[in-house]
Design a protein. Structure first.
Length: 361
């Protein structure tokens, strides 16, 4: 059977580390934990699970610490997690089966990363990552902030998910790292421009974010998926700045790269028309969002809400405004399947049932 080394980097993770390790301790053959300067009980907790706890001085670059953790691995494959990641029970069972059956010619196994979960257990953000790596291939981490692994060879796409259960968000930390790159005169790749744009957008620097996304869109090199989402996220920035025409233009420009609409794009276009009270146009785009299929082998971001409860909730609103109450109610019920206790949806349900009872059209 294949053997697996778990490799992690940690700093001040006393609130979540035990939860993470409990979910995988019986699935791996070795646990390597690299601490980058904890001042809480992280190291003490780590030593309950392994004697392979190492220390590494933080360099300001995540790739350095992650590559250091990989250096300590001794087993056939390397599996990595962050301290606020877990394997749910269904995925634990899939992982066990994978370990027992994985062919030796597989160089990397990709898994879904459920990067966000709402209060109802719905996945809010998902994408693929190379997660289980053949140690003998010596794959290395790249990138200072949003790291990735340079992988080649035989890659297997699995249906296993790693779930991220974040307790808090380090506001501004990554933004500072990117600003240090600028001050140091470091070269920005297209990928750096994209993720710096994301950090600027998430911290409310919309005009600067638009400039970064424009670089991603206009530079010939780069991953098509980053260009698609650069258009989408640029549109979000224009919406926050109140420029709905440039918002719409950015959304339509994403088709230049995606070729066909994505649920994330369709819903945003629908919302743009909805805000202008052009409800029939909005309905077209929201309904399209519910009909689009997402490729399970897709590596870039997927936001499942944009093809499930969200367009149905907005269709409820749009059909209400054009006085098609039965359709409004039907879509609200579809939204309720995903968010059964959402106060907005429950309010709609009660209000629409009363109206339909008095006027059953």
């Amino acid at each position: 059977m294949n053997t697996i080394s778990l490799c992690m980097i940690v700093k001040n993770e006393e609130d979540v580390l035990e939860r993470c390790l409990d979910s995988v301790k019986d699935l791996v053959d070795e646990i390597n934990i690299v601490d980058t300067g904890s001042t809480d009980k992280t190291v003490e907790i780590a030593k309950k699970y392994t004697d392979r706890v190492f220390f590494f001085e933080w360099t300001g670059k995540f790739k350095d610490a992650r590559n250091e953790s990989f250096r300590h691995a001794t087993k056939d494959y390397i599996f990595y997690l962050d301290a606020d990641d877990v394997l749910m029970e269904e995925d634990r069972q899939k992982f066990k089966l994978l370990k027992e059956t994985l062919a030796p010619d597989v160089d990397s196994v990709s898994m879904f990363y459920n990067a966000g979960i709402d209060e109802y257990g719905n996945i809010t953000l998902r994408y693929r990552r190379n997660r289980l790596l053949k140690r003998s291939k010596h794959f290395q981490w790249q990138g200072d902030v949003h790291n990735y692994i340079e992988v080649s060879g035989n890659v297997l796409n699995s249906d296993i998910s790693v779930t991220h259960l974040k307790n808090s968000h380090s506001v501004g930390r990554n933004l500072t790292i990117y600003k240090n790159k600028i001050e140091n005169g470091d070269t920005f790749t297209v990928r750096d421009h994209f993720y710096y744009g994301n950090e600027l957008r998430e911290n409310g620097h919309y005009k600067e974010a638009i400039d970064r996304y424009s670089k991603v869109i206009n530079i010939e090199e780069g991953w098509i998926e980053d260009k698609v989402y650069a258009c989408i996220f640029q549109a979000d920035c224009y919406r926050h700045l109140g420029d709905t025409e440039k918002e719409l233009s950015s959304l339509f420009s994403s088709f230049r790269f995606s070729k066909t609409p994505r649920p994330e794009t369709a819903c945003r276009i629908g919302y743009n028309f909805q805000q202008k009270r052009d409800y029939k146009a909005a309905i077209f785009w929201y309904e399209l969002a519910t009909e689009l299929n997402v490729d399970p082998n897709k590596w870039s971001f997927t936001y499942p809400a944009y093809q499930t409860w969200y367009p149905h909730l907005q269709l409820c609103v749009c059909y209400y405004h054009i006085k098609e109450l039965k359709k409004s109610y039907e879509h609200n019920e579809k939204a309720r399947e995903y968010r059964p206790n959402d106060e907005r949806i429950l309010f709609n349900k009660q209000m629409l049932e009363q109206k339909l009872e008095s006027n059953p059209r």
